[in-house]
Write a protein that binds this ligand. Structure first.
Ligand SMILES: [Zn+2]
Length: 382
């Protein structure tokens, strides 16, 4: 928009100041309309006159083809039995102006209070961008429903928990002793027992009793492994075939563990400690939840290590979620997302992602869709 305006200013420089002012104003307004219709990119929308009802108008919905059914908040999706399939809109019907690989920062017109307004506005999510990269939510939760199926949010992948611990190569399920641990997908058991002879973690006796499965599905030519650590005992043996959700072990606190829990890892390409990836980009989100992944970087592109990230809901009352970006270490970003943080189990809705550095706040708005990944990039400037 700046270039657009300045080029016209140059062309019309000799004309009176009044003319330039009027023209720039007109150009600016029409440019804004196009940007907003193309789904976002940080433009500040001109607030429309308030609608008769309190339902917010979607941001200039005209160019977002009305035949598309976006995945609505809270729409129940049955638990999949195979690979997840998402009701994506037909890409051919979407406007070509959407830029899905750019930072998705929808600017939403603030609600206009009316006499009968409700405290929390209802936002209408925009249609999904047409070319989201393929997600790979291939893995089931390794704990049965009704148990501790949520990952521990205080020690996520890549975290040092404020410098207390080594950078985390997996996620924790805080299950009590002797909880049945389930295979995340079908495959073949390649390790089952104590890691006192061969190193699978940082050193010997790191994961204690451990099970590692090589899965049947190959990802981009690479084998996919899952690791289940600190078990009280395995229920399978090396070479055994397992189905998804088959019980493979009982949980415990063997190896380096300060209490009962199950450490879960995803490894790609090779079964080694430095080949781990964030499991939150592999585990199916729950039906009404999505995942926020992102990058926090400095202007030259270098990642910010262990920066605090908060995700706060805008369109409803909700507890915030928080994490930190990956620490410096043998941690890997997803080949699609190139992220350095992931927050899982985020209820579908409209959010602000906030990175606080000293007294400075850097924010990005983002829609979270059920069972989808929403990506943000936040650049920290001095
Ligand atoms: Zn762990």
């Amino acid at each position: 928009m700046v270039l657009f305006r300045s080029s016209y200013r140059q062309a019309f420089w000799p004309i009176t100041a009044l003319f330039v002012f009027m023209f720039a104003l007109t150009a600016c307004q029409s440019q804004q309309a196009v940007v907003v219709a193309g789904v976002s990119e940080g433009a500040t929308a001109v607030p429309p006159s308030p609608p008769a009802t309190n339902t917010l108008m979607p941001v200039v919905p005209k160019l977002v083809a009305p035949t598309i059914q976006p995945i609505m908040l809270g729409s129940p999706t049955p638990m999949p039995t195979g690979l997840p399939s998402f009701a994506l809109p037909d890409p051919a019907q979407l406007t070509a102006t959407a830029q899905p690989t750019a930072v998705p920062s929808s600017t939403v017109v603030p609600p206009t209070p009316t006499a009968t307004h409700t405290p929390i506005p209802t936002f209408t999510p925009p249609a999904l961008p047409q070319t989201l990269p393929d997600e790979h939510y291939w893995l089931k939760r390794p704990v049965a429903e009704g148990g501790v199926v949520w990952t521990n949010k205080h020690y996520p992948y890549g975290s040092t928990r404020n410098g207390e611990l080594r950078p985390h190569h997996g996620v924790e399920f805080d299950v009590p002793y002797n909880t049945e641990i389930l295979a995340a997908a079908s495959g073949t058991v390649i390790v089952a027992g104590p890691d006192d002879q061969k190193i699978y973690g940082e050193h010997l006796n790191f994961y204690g009793n451990v099970v590692i499965i090589q899965h049947d599905t190959i990802y981009k030519g690479q084998p996919v492994f899952t690791l289940y650590g600190h078990l009280s005992r395995p229920l399978v043996t090396v070479g055994q075939r397992v189905d998804a959700a088959q019980a493979i072990a009982l949980s415990g606190a063997t190896g380096v563990a300060d209490g009962p829990h199950m450490h879960f890892e995803v490894r790609l390409g090779q079964n080694s400690y430095d080949a781990t990836y964030n499991p939150l980009l592999w585990l199916w989100p729950f039906p009404d939840r999505g995942t926020v992944a992102g990058r926090v970087v400095f202007p030259n592109g270098t990642p910010a290590y262990e920066a605090p990230v908060r995700v706060e809901r805008v369109d409803a009352n909700s507890r915030y979620a928080a994490t930190t970006t990956y620490a410096l270490g043998d941690l890997n970003a997803d080949d699609i997302w190139q992220e350095n943080f992931v927050i899982d189990d985020v209820e579908a809705g409209f959010y602000e992602v906030i990175v606080t550095v000293g007294e400075d706040k850097f924010t990005q708005e983002v829609w979270v869709y059920p069972r989808r990944t929403s990506f943000v990039e936040i650049v920290i400037t001095p």
